[in-house]
Design a protein around this ligand. Structure first.
Ligand SMILES: Cc1cc2nc3c(=O)[nH]c(=O)nc-3n(C[C@H](O)[C@H](O)[C@H](O)COP(=O)(O)OP(=O)(O)OC[C@H]3O[C@@H](n4cnc5c(N)ncnc54)[C@H](O)[C@@H]3O)c2cc1C
Length: 454
């Protein structure tokens, strides 16, 4: 019987374990998680009637993998969509005001965040040719300037990178962080054409499945994303060991010994899904170059301030998803998610629940402030941006020192080399969000890929 040990009980590890169990029920599977609770970045708390997400707020259906995992776990009926308002109304905070983001290219004509020339530069994108010599790996900022012009790059693309990666658009690789964009340029000669085409394909695929075509949106559960983690845990049962930290690997015949404080676990196959620094620590003794490459993947730190206000103290309560302050504005808060507008019963009646995200690569100083000073700064920002007049009735600080891996220029090449070197070690598979996508969907897609390799 094949013995498989998965290291890390975040979504990557749990989803991979579930998929492997589905495909190979007879294999002996063990999942080792260092912390007492499973889920890694994902977790929901219920406090005084507020439903508080510590990490992700929801999962997107832009790709099918996360929704499919929920279906396969029997959770399809419990999924709830984000509100219609949150799908349509997303904002930027610029020059002291909230500006609604255009929902489509034509909406650009009415936005005040771009000059007339800036708008024309975006709308003429489909007619712009791809230059003959494009660097093998380009930064997101350089790609966006080339396709959409500097104004749009500084506002929209910075906002996008801030919202997803809390990273620096000048440093991040477009091919690694937003692989669809260069693909669209190659395939359709234009990013805008690519989006239009992929929306058409999505519509066609829904009709072919006999479903009503629906726009892309975010999903969660009434009780929060914890439902996904708890259901995976229940399905995996006694394969899971929490509070067990893996501190060393040693090759053993064609497999490995996985060393923990509680003793070794022999494995024919080890699947690592922990953050990059931990994977590097385990592999460096056996392959220093592999360890060095993995260790060079940097992370951005993010602090989440969760705030509950009485409605009367929060006069501006847009029906929307939230706002982003592009990082080049260097504000104390990167963005605010209006959680109780996105999923309606996140706050008790008469209250709102918001989450302010702070830090990222441009403002790491915000993540090291003591709680009191940190909340004071966020609270001040809420007065400026949202017109808040009173103190929150509820607040909590969640710190993620290694929140989001940064796919910097050269990432695709680095990952290719990492995977080639790892392939020289029999019985080793590398996964987790450090390599090929940071979204929940990417972790679920990776679980399917790992299972194929198993
Ligand atoms: C604040 C925040 C907001 C986000 N928002 C969204 C969102 O809205 N939508 C979205 O799609 N994605 C979002 N993400 C990204 C997404 O949550 C993560 O990319 C994903 O959850 C990563 O899962 P993972 O299992 O790869 O890694 P992790 O969640 O980091 O799990 C790794 C696990 O390894 C364990 N581990 C570490 N060391 C050891 C050891 N020595 N032995 C055993 N186990 C160990 C850790 O304890 C952890 O449980 C967000 C992330 C953050 C931080």
């Amino acid at each position: 019987m094949k013995r498989i040990v998965i290291v890390g009980g975040g979504l990557s590890g749990l989803a991979a374990a579930f998929r492997i169990r589905q495909a190979h029920p007879s294999y002996h599977l063990t999942l080792l998680e260092a912390r007492p609770r499973l889920g890694g970045n994902i977790g929901t708390d219920r406090v005084d009637g507020f439903t508080v997400e510590r990490g992700p707020n929801g999962l997107f259906d832009a790709k099918p993998h996360a929704i499919q995992l929920c279906r396969d776990l029997g959770l399809a009926d419990r999924l709830i969509p984000a509100s219609e308002g949150s799908r349509k109304n997303r904002f930027l905070f610029l020059e002291g005001e909230l500006h609604r983001l255009p929902g489509d290219p034509l909406g650009l004509l009415f936005t005040r965040v771009l000059s007339f020339l800036g708008k024309m530069r975006v709308l003429s994108e489909p007619f712009r040719r791809r230059p003959k010599s494009v660097p093998e790996d380009e930064s997101i900022a350089a790609f966006a300037r080339r396709r959409f012009g500097k104004e749009a790059a500084d506002v929209f693309i910075d906002g996008l990178v801030t919202g997803i990666h809390a990273g620096d658009p000048e440093q991040l690789s477009v091919a690694a962080a937003f692989p669809r964009l260069p693909l669209f340029e190659k395939e359709y000669g234009s990013v805008l054409k690519g989006f239009i085409q992929s929306a058409k394909l999505r519509k066609k695929a829904a009709l072919a499945r006999g479903e009503k075509p629906a726009p892309q949106r975010m999903w969660s559960f009434r009780e929060g994303l914890q439902v996904l983690i708890d259901t995976l845990a229940a399905k995996l049962g006694d394969a899971i060991r929490t509070g067990v930290s893996v501190n060393r690997l040693s090759p053993d015949g064609g497999g490995w010994q996985v060393h923990t404080d509680a003793g070794p676990h022999p494995a024919d196959l080890v699947i690592l899904t922990t953050p990059a620094d931990h994977q590097a620590k385990l592999l460096s003794p056996w392959n220093p170059r592999l360890g060095e490459l993995i260790n060079s993947i940097r992370y951005a730190a993010v602090n989440v301030a969760v705030l509950g206000y009485r409605e009367q103290d929060a006069p501006i309560r847009p029906d929307g998803f939230g706002y982003i302050a592009p990082q080049n504005t260097k504000r104390d808060v990167l963005g605010v998610q209006w959680c109780s507008s996105t999923f309606h019963d996140r706050a008790p009646p008469g209250h709102v629940l918001w989450r302010a995200l702070c830090g990222g690569v441009n403002r790491p100083d915000m993540t090291t402030l003591p709680d009191e000073e940190f909340l004071h700064r966020v609270q001040h920002e809420m007065m400026m941006t949202m017109g808040v007049t009173g103190e929150p009735v509820f607040s909590r600080v969640v710190r993620w020192p290694r929140a989001i891996p940064q796919y910097e220029i050269g990432h695709p090449k680095r990952v290719a080399e990492i995977m080639t070197l790892a392939a020289n070690h029999p019985g080793l598979i590398l996964g987790g969000n450090a390599y090929r996508g940071v979204a929940i969907n990417d972790c679920c897609e990776q679980a399917e890929e790992i299972t194929r390799r198993v």
